[in-house]
Design a binder for this molecule. Structure first.
Ligand code: SAH
Length: 354
């Protein structure tokens, strides 16, 4: 038994069945054995590859979005860029390199990186130290150290690692899906729901069929409200890209990836990535309620195409070798292709209205 599995077993023995969100937190962010705290999981040698690790084009296109927003905000002399879950810092590195075309954009920027992994903070330092980044552990940290001025907030594959909870409709009513320890191993089961019935019905709707699973992430919603509050308070915009769906429905999207393969959510604790798809419908709804202007959610393909990724790729190819041209085409397909990341991934942009 690994140390992390033992810690989870003890916790279940003391407190009873563990909700999925708590299990995710242990597996991903346990200070010593968590997946993100003990390794750099990205890239070919790791467990999964993200869009910025596929091609520089991704960060360059986000640069186009960021510069457009900055201009729309009146090209402020002082402003802040915040990236949530920057991984190896590749997206920001490509973004800021591309932004050299707008020196005033770079000159006035303070860079904040919201990151919980000590290993990845080291990787980010290596890539981004020249921009004088400051690390934060929550958006609320900003209120103390912030200079005045607008904010741009971005995040790629950040929301999908935030904890979710799952509820299932059973003949005895709604129950919560939970992790149990039985016969010397972890199993998925059900426990009495700690979410009041009315709240559940209101969130899940009345049209659930027997055994439907309803996913809900309080953490995503709280985080998102923080994003909206910040851009309204300071003026600004945010852009988030992730696996996700645009209509609330039922289903189980909780998944594990280990060494580039899907694996059981109950194995490889601390050495597999656990994620759930993001409910973009609720992000859009909250943003509208907060009085923000909302772009999307749209598919990653639509966003990248609209922002000019194909034109940029043609430009890159002008001085490229035959092999490099092939690599650019391959990367384009991975980022925009229907069977690749093009439709599974969604993008939402929000702007303060003033
Ligand atoms: N955006 C990067 C990395 C995505 S992986 C890319 O596209 O390549 C998820 C990132 O979120 C990692 O940097 C991970 O360490 C960070 N992360 C996960 N949970 C977090 C939390 N609770 N608080 C802060 N950062 C977190």
């Amino acid at each position: 038994m690994t140390p992390l599995l033992d810690i989870i077993r003890c916790e279940i023995e003391q407190k009873g069945p563990m909700d999925i969100g708590t299990y995710m937190k242990f597996c991903l962010m346990h200070p010593e054995y968590g997946y993100y705290t003990n390794r750099d999981p990205l890239g070919k040698a790791g467990d999964f590859i993200t869009a910025p690790e596929i091609s520089q084009l991704f960060g360059e296109i986000i640069a186009v979005w960021a510069i457009q927003c900055w201009l729309k905000l009146g090209a402020p002399a002082k402003w802040s860029m915040i990236e949530c879950g920057p991984g190896r810092g590749t997206l920001m590195h490509d973004l800021l390199r591309a932004a050299k075309v707008a020196p005033a954009f770079l000159d006035g920027m303070s860079l904040f990186l919201l990151e919980g992994s000590p290993v990845l903070i080291e990787a980010q330092k290596r890539k981004l130290n020249r921009y004088g980044p400051q690390w934060i552990s929550s958006l609320s940290d900003l209120s103390h150290e912030f200079t005045d001025g607008p904010v741009l907030i971005i995040g790629n594959e950040f929301l999908d690692v935030l904890p979710i909870r799952q509820f299932q409709k059973t003949p005895e009513g709604w129950k919560e899906r939970a992790v149990l320890f039985e016969e010397e191993k972890l199993v998925l089961g059900l426990k009495e729901s700690s979410m009041p019935k009315n709240t559940l019905l209101c969130k899940a709707g009345h049209n659930a069929q027997l055994y439907d699973i309803f996913e809900y992430s309080e953490e995503v919603l709280i985080f998102w409200k923080g994003v909206l509050e910040l851009i309204r308070e300071r003026n600004g915009a945010a852009l988030f890209v992730d696996y996700g769906y645009t209509r609330q429905g039922f289903g189980d999207t909780f998944q594990a990836v280990h060494q580039h393969q899907y694996s059981s959510v109950l194995s490889h604790q601390g050495s597999s990535d656990l994620t759930a798809h993001v409910n973009f419908a609720s992000l859009a709804e909250e943003a509208k309620k907060a009085g923000c202007e909302v772009m999307g959610p749209v598919t990653q393909n639509d966003f990248l195409t609209e922002m000019g990724i194909f034109l940029r790729a043609e430009k890159l190819k002008v001085n490229a070798s035959v092999q490099e041209k092939e690599e650019i085409d391959l990367a384009l397909d991975r980022l925009t292709g229907e069977k690749e990341m093009g439709t599974l991934f969604k993008v939402i942009g929000v702007e303060s209205c003033s």
